[in-house]
Design a protein around this ligand. Structure first.
Ligand code: HEC
Length: 398
C-alpha cells in the first residue's frame, strides 16, 4: 500500500489539496469573520472552524490514503506530468518549449505499441533508460511503482479507439515463422543456400501498418547464383496483407490471418522466378509464457499456372536472456514443408540468435542456420539472417 502523507501542507502538488485546503475552507469561514456581533461571531467562527476541521480531518484521513485501487491516475498525471505532456496528453503545452519533442499519447499507433514495462522504465529511470532524451526526468525518488502503474493506465486511456493490439504482444521476429503482430518495419533478409549450385538471396521487405489491426508489405528479392554459370537478378516480387483477428493481453495471445501474392517478375530461364502468380493464405499466432514466447504459422502456397502447391508449417520458441529490448534472444525453430510434387516432405531445424542492438530495440540483427533433419533434403544447409529497423520508433543510426 502506498500512502500519500495526509496533511494539506505535504501534498503541495495535488490540485485537490489546493481546492479543499485553501478554497472551501477559506470560503466557508469568510462570512463569519466579517460579522457585526464581534463576540458571537468569534464563537461561531471557532465552532464552525473546529467542526469543519474535524470533518475535513475525517474525510481526508480516508481520501489521502491512496492505494493502488483508489489512486487517481488522472490527478497524479495532471499534477506531475501534465506540465510537459499536456493534461490532454497531446504533448503540446502553451508557453513550454522543450529540447526534445514530446510524444502524442492520443496517437493510438504510438500509445498501443508501447509495452507498459518500457514506460515503467522510462518513468522510473528517466528518458536515457530507453535511449530517449534526458528532458524526460526520472521519478524514482518521488513516486512508487504502484503510482507509476496507475499513471500508465491513465496515459493508456488517451487512446480512445479499441482494436489496437498492445505492444506486449509484439514478440521478437523469428527467421521463418511469420509474425502475428502488425509492424512498421524495414528488413534486409540475406540468406546463403549451400547446394550443388550455391545461391545467395537478399530480400528487401517494407512493412506498414494500416489502421488498428492491418498491415501490408512488399518484398523484393535479389538473387545471385554461384558455380559454373554465375548470374544475378531480381526474383519474384511479393505483396502481402495481414489482419489481427484476435488478441488478448491477459492471455498474452495474438492471432492474425493474411494473404501473400507472388508475381512472376523473376526470369524463369535463369531459375530466378517461378513463372507463375502465387497465392498464399496464411495464419500466424503467438503466445507469451512469462518471459518466454512461442510463435507459429501455417502457410499454403499455390502456383496458379502449374497447380503446384506447398504447405509450410513452423513453430519457434524464444527464451530471452534479457529483460530489456537490447540483448540476446536465442530462438529455436522447427520448420516443415509438405509439397504435392516429387519434392515430398521436409523437416528442418533453425537455431538462431536475435540480437537487439539498441536500447529502444528498434534496430536488431538475427543470425541462424537452417538444417534439413528429416525427409527429402532440398539443400545441405542454409545460412539465414536479417537486419530489421522499426522505423516508427527511431532513426537508423542511433
Ligand atoms: C520536464 C518535462 C517532462 C515531465 C515533467 C514529464 N515528462 Fe515524460 N517525457 C518528456 C519528454 C521530452 C519525452 C520525450 C523523450 C524523447 O522522445 O526523447 C517524454 C517521454 C515520456 C514517455 C514516452 C516514452 C516512450 O516510450 O517514448 C512517457 C511514457 C512519459 N514521458 C511519461 C511521463 C510521466 C508518467 C510523467 C509524470 C510522472 C512524465 N512523463 C513527466 C518530458 C517530461
Amino acid at each position: 500500500m502506498t500512502r500519500l502523507k495526509g496533511t494539506c501542507g505535504s501534498l503541495r502538488m495535488l490540485k485537490a489539496r489546493k481546492f479543499f485546503c485553501r478554497g472551501i475552507l477559506r470560503n466557508l469561514l469568510y462570512p463569519f469573520s466579517y460579522s457585526f456581533n464581534f463576540k458571537s461571531s468569534i464563537m461561531k467562527t471557532i465552532f464552525f472552524s473546529v467542526s469543519i476541521a474535524l470533518f475535513l480531518q475525517l474525510t481526508f484521513s480516508q481520501e489521502f490514503e491512496i492505494t493502488a485501487d483508489t489512486m487517481d491516475g488522472k490527478l497524479m498525471y495532471e499534477s506531475w506530468c501534465g506540465r510537459c505532456h499536456g493534461d490532454d496528453g497531446r504533448g503540446v503545452v502553451e508557453g513550454i518549449q522543450l529540447d526534445a519533442p514530446v510524444p502524442d499519447f492520443t496517437d493510438c499507433s504510438f500509445n498501443s505499441r508501447e509495452p507498459r514495462k518500457d514506460w515503467m522504465a522510462v518513468i522510473m529511470d528517466g528518458g536515457p533508460a530507453r535511449g530517449l532524451a534526458m528532458t524526460m526526468p526520472s521519478w524514482r525518488e518521488s513516486i512508487s511503482d504502484e503510482q507509476a502503474g496507475v499513471i500508465i493506465s491513465h496515459i493508456k486511456t488517451f487512446c480512445s479507439e479499441t482494436g489496437w493490439p498492445p505492444g506486449e504482444l509484439n514478440f521478437r521476429r523469428a527467421q521463418v515463422t511469420l509474425k502475428a503482430f502488425p509492424e512498421n518495419e524495414a528488413l534486409m533478409i540475406p540468406s546463403y543456400t549451400s547446394t550443388q549450385t550455391a545461391s545467395a538471396v537478399t530480400r528487401f521487405v517494407y512493412e506498414s501498418r494500416v489502421g488498428s489491426s492491418g498491415q501490408w508489405e512488399i518484398a523484393l528479392p535479389l538473387i545471385s547464383r554461384f558455380g559454373s554459370s554465375p548470374a544475378g537478378g531480381v526474383g519474384d516480387i511479393e505483396v502481402a496483407g495481414k489482419y489481427v483477428i484476435f488478441h488478448d493481453l491477459s492471455a498474452m495471445s495474438i492471432l492474425s490471418a493474411g494473404l501473400e501474392v507472388g508475381f512472376p517478375t523473376g526470369r524463369r530461364s535463369d531459375g530466378f522466378g517461378s513463372g507463375s502468380v502465387k497465392l498464399a493464405p496464411f495464419v500466424a499466432a503467438a503466445k507469451g509464457f512469462g518471459e518466454a514466447f512461442v510463435q507459429s504459422s501455417v502457410k499454403f502456397e499455390r502456383r496458379l499456372k502449374t497447380g503446384a502447391s506447398e504447405l509450410f508449417y513452423t513453430i519457434a520458441l524464444t527464451l530471452p536472456l534479457t529483460d530489456e529490448k537490447k540483448g540476446l534472444f536465442p530462438t529455436i525453430e522447427v520448420n516443415g514443408i509438405s509439397a504435392n510434387g516429387n519434392s515430398g516432405n521436409t523437416i528442418l531445424i533453425t537455431p538462431q540468435l536475435y540480437i537487439g542492438l539498441v536500447q529502444r530495440g528498434h534496430i536488431a540483427l538475427s543470425l541462424g542456420t537452417q538444417i534439413p533433419v528429416a525427409g527429402t533434403k532440398p539443400f545441405d544447409y542454409r545460412l539465414v539472417g536479417f537486419l530489421l529497423w522499426e522505423y516508427a520508433d527511431g532513426g537508423l543510426w542511433w
